[in-house]
Design a protein around this ligand. Structure first.
Ligand SMILES: NC(=O)C1=CN([C@@H]2O[C@H](COP(=O)(O)OP(=O)(O)OC[C@H]3O[C@@H](n4cnc5c(N)ncnc54)[C@H](OP(=O)(O)O)[C@@H]3O)[C@@H](O)[C@H]2O)C=CC1
Ligand SMILES: CC(C)(CO)C(=O)C(=O)O
Length: 318
């Protein structure tokens, strides 16, 4: 039987957590080869020390993949590519991937955002692309070291709407066998929108005030801001024909309570560490774009977007 070549692109919070599990589980198995794609200081750290995952789930916290490369162009004969980069790196990765992919490759983006599938498809028309969403609270502690807290990570993955004949059971099985909680839903878009509902609202408020999910949830004025953003997303989803549960707002606050109190959002960490790139566009930018296209007023999102941009400019000018 041919060895399955599976690559993880990006060893940050998400890629470090899921990549660790895959590399550790498949290390002794000749049927599956795991390759990590990491760049710069992350590549150097993992090459020298292996990938470290600090998580209550893994007492043996260092692993090494079968292969470690510095660029997707170095991936030879890859069968499955798990894309774990921030949205601002997505187009570059897809452009680099395109020439090396064969038609039967499966791409699995583990990212936030409701337009990831379309953005990959715009660049890569062949291959199967599995729409997915991911829940995990894990972040880069230092290059090559990822820290995970709270509940085990969880993935919901669906069928490729453009290739319904391809059934992703093999890929789902590969991840599930490695102990990853992964659920297959033929149509993953409601789950992707449900995640967006949570992360866009809590992400924007947590980033604006540099408050954790628990702090946003317990403060009535911050809850109100999150709720106003949720109402705007609900109006957009409704107009787009995305069916969300009638009690999505209360479900979302309940979901927030399932995270440890001090869990930060990834947007909060990026905005407040003064990174030059953040996923502000993935969350607020997308809501503003949909609002404009669908003639839906998104006042609260616009306001918080401007506030975050102003505070970024203010910090940059100091
Ligand atoms: N962290 C979390 O808890 C969660 C995050 N998400 C979502 O998942 C996605 C990934 O987030 P997250 O893992 O936190 O992001 P991180 O910034 O932690 O990690 C992304 C990694 O991708 C690497 N990368 C980018 N471009 C390349 C490239 N060309 N070659 C090799 N490596 C590359 C970055 O390298 P470098 O370090 O050099 O920049 C970085 O290590 C985002 O959409 C996020 O919103 C979803 C759920 C939870
Ligand atoms: C809130 C969390 C950790 C949930 O998965 C997340 O998605 C993010 O911070 O981007």
């Amino acid at each position: 039987m041919k060895t399955t070549e599976l690559a993880i692109v990006g060893l940050g919070g998400v890629g470090g957590y899921f990549g660790f599990k895959l590399a550790q589980f498949y290390a002794p198995d000749p049927a599956v080869n795991i390759t990590f794609v990491a760049r710069g200081a992350t590549y150097d750290a993992v090459k020298e020390h292996g990938l470290t995952l600090l998580s209550p789930e893994h007492p043996h916290s260092v692993t090494r993949p079968a292969k470690l490369v510095q660029a997707v162009a170095e991936l030879a004969d890859v069968d499955v590519v798990v894309i774990c980069v921030k949205e601002y790196d997505l187009e570059k990765i897809c452009t680099e991937l395109k020439p090396i992919l064969h038609d039967n490759v499966v791409l699995l983006p583990l990212m936030n955002g409701v337009d990831i599938y379309d953005r990959i498809r715009r660049i890569i028309p062949a291959a199967s692309v599995l729409p997915a969403c991911v829940y995990v609270a894990s972040h880069i502690k230092e290059k090559g070291v990822v820290e995970h807290k709270g509940n085990p990570g969880r993935i919901i993955v669906g069928q490729d709407p453009q290739r319904p004949a391809y059934q992703p059971q093999h890929v789902v099985g590969l991840l599930a066998d490695a102990g990853i909680a992964i659920e297959y839903q033929p149509d993953a878009f409601p789950a992707i929108w449900t995640k967006f509902f949570f992360i866009a609202s809590f992400g924007l408020v947590s980033a604006r005030y540099n408050k954790s999910i628990g702090q946003v949830e317990e403060d009535s004025s911050l809850r109100e801001r999150a709720q106003a953003i949720m109402q705007e997303i609900a109006a957009i989803a409704h107009e787009k024909g995305v069916v969300l549960p009638a009690d999505i707002i209360s479900q979302t606050f309940q979901k927030a309570r399932s995270f440890p109190y001090h869990t930060p959002t990834s947007l909060q960490l990026d905005v407040n560490s003064n990174k030059s790139d953040t996923e502000l566009e993935l969350f607020a930018g997308a809501i503003l774009t949909y609002g404009e296209a669908l003639h839906i007023e998104v006042k609260e999102t616009r306001k918080i977007y401007q506030e975050i941009q102003e505070s970024q400019l203010h910090k940059a000018s100091r």
